[in-house]
Design a protein around this ligand. Structure first.
Ligand SMILES: [Zn+2]
Length: 458
């Protein structure tokens, strides 16, 4: 069966690539301030793809934001298990367009990679699912599981409506397992299943000291500088080595099991590889021991200032600023709670706000971390299918990013297996400029999922 599927998928691969390129051409950015109609147009394009490929019950599911998800299904036999396949069709903004080597919404193949916004994250996931199901059913017939698809339209803007959408359509989406194709392979050609995700929270901080900016010659000295006050507050969150010092912040963290630690160690991450992949400045010190790089990325929290503003770089006259702004993001380790961590951060910032500055704090909706129990047989079956398809042993890995949907599915359907797969890799630059997809892994990923469906009836 491997050879038959491999041949079928290889023959049809140019068509899959073309279908992906057509989706990439739609700038479906789901952030406020961008044209929502493009997300709707993208949902329509996905809907047409399902209809043209013969799927049933194809429909848009629209959350309050208007950024529609797409549902479709394929019923095989009532007694077969039902698997829900997730991907998302919305994308991140393009960042600095001048830095793109080809326009973000004009897909282009260079050196075995397809460049464009949304290639790896996550429009390839949509085509992967459709191609895998279509080919699995062609080869294995009605022995493959019943399939349901949910292709989300607002993952990049925090999946704000997804939980409600799942709850409102619980019968429709009901399933025995979920495959979320929105994660990474550990490296090119190394198939991976992600077993933990960090959570996320963020707070915006504004400190204010004056009604309006003042001439620094005439006024500075007696009056506290809001920019320096904000820097002190931010600096109070960590020690000189970057370790978080907010009281009780790390209390709930669940340590990785021995099995997980061994799996991380077996991946062969070195300081050299990490420095190269991240593009760190050569003089920079790591904030953790080199043997703990992966554990730090996947199983420890981090705090990052994602934006700071006080005055403007292009108009930096000699002025005492009236206010300073920062957005502080937290990545939460498995075991932590987004609401608790946010409160602890806010309390800490309030306590460290100096000299009676006027302080305003705005917290954003967070996402909890996620871990999965790999004892369900589907995990080993997926690992086996991936190993065959890629011709390289599949790995269990963690992920430092967040996918709120992973937890929503489990909240709605109980402790079902949630398999996190995907086609990102360390070179894909998802969310950054020149995002790309490694085409060989795209093809192997389709084959892996098709083989997995085929293996379920044995
Ligand atoms: Zn994604």
């Amino acid at each position: 069966m491997l050879a038959t599927l491999e041949k079928r998928i290889h023959e049809r691969f140019p068509r899959y690539l073309e279908a992906l390129e057509n989706l990439i051409r739609i700038p479906s950015i789901s952030f406020d301030g961008f044209d929502k109609n493009e997300v709707i147009r993208s949902a329509q394009a996905v809907k047409t793809l399902f209809t043209n490929n013969g799927f049933q019950n194809v429909q848009l599911l629209t959350p309050p934001s208007g950024r529609s998800s797409v549902y479709a299904e394929l019923r095989t036999k009532p007694h077969n298990p039902t698997i829900l396949l997730y991907a998302h069709h919305d994308v991140q903004p393009t960042m600095r367009e001048a830095l793109w080597e080809s326009p973000p919404f004009s897909p282009e193949v260079r050196n075995g990679r397809l460049y464009g916004r949304g290639t790896a994250d996550d429009k390839a996931g949509i085509i992967l699912h459709i191609a895998a199901v279509t080919q699995a059913v062609a080869v294995f017939g009605d022995k493959i599981p019943n399939i349901k698809f949910i292709i989300e339209g607002e993952e990049e803007s925090g999946s704000v409506g997804l939980q409600t959408l799942i709850n409102d359509n619980k019968e429709l989406l009901k399933c025995d397992a979920v495959i979320v194709a929105d994660n990474s392979n550990f490296a090119k050609g190394i198939p991976s299943i992600t077993t933990s995700l960090r959570g996320m929270a963020a707070v915006e901080v504004v400190v204010k000291s004056l009604k309006a900016p003042l001439h620094s010659g005439s006024w500075s000295g007696p009056i506290p500088d809001p920019a320096q006050a904000l820097c002190r507050m931010i600096a109070s969150l960590t020690d000189a080595k970057g370790q978080i010092v907010i009281p009780h912040f790390m209390d709930g963290i669940t340590e990785p099991t021995k099995e997980e630690e061994d799996a991380y160690d077996s991946l062969g991450m070195t300081e050299e590889i990490f420095r190269k992949d991240s593009g760190m400045v050569s003089t920079l010190s790591l904030m953790v021991d080199k043997k703990d790089i992966l554990k730090s990325l996947w199983r420890k929290p981090s705090i990052v200032v994602t934006a700071m503003e006080a005055g403007s770089r292009t108009q930096s006259g000699n002025v005492l600023q009236d206010s300073a702004y920062a957005r502080i993001g937290i990545r939460l380790a498995p075991g932590m709670d987004a609401d608790v961590a946010m409160l602890q951060m806010i309390e800490h910032l309030k306590k460290h706000c100096p000299l009676g500055m006027d302080l305003s704090l705005f917290s954003e909706d967070g996402a909890n971390p996620f871990t999965t129990d790999i004892s369900h047989p589907y995990f080993e079956m997926m690992k086996e299918a991936m190993t065959q398809a890629y011709g390289a042993p599949a790995r269990y890995i963690g992920c430092g990013a967040s996918i709120p949907g992973a937890q929503f599915f489990r909240d709605a359907f109980g402790p079902i297996p949630v398999l996190l797969t995907g086609l990102e890799d360390p070179e894909c630059n998802a969310h950054g400029e020149n995002e790309s997809l490694y085409l060989k892994d795209f093809e192997h990923g389709i084959l892996a999922e098709a083989l997995f469906f085929g293996s379920l009836h044995k």
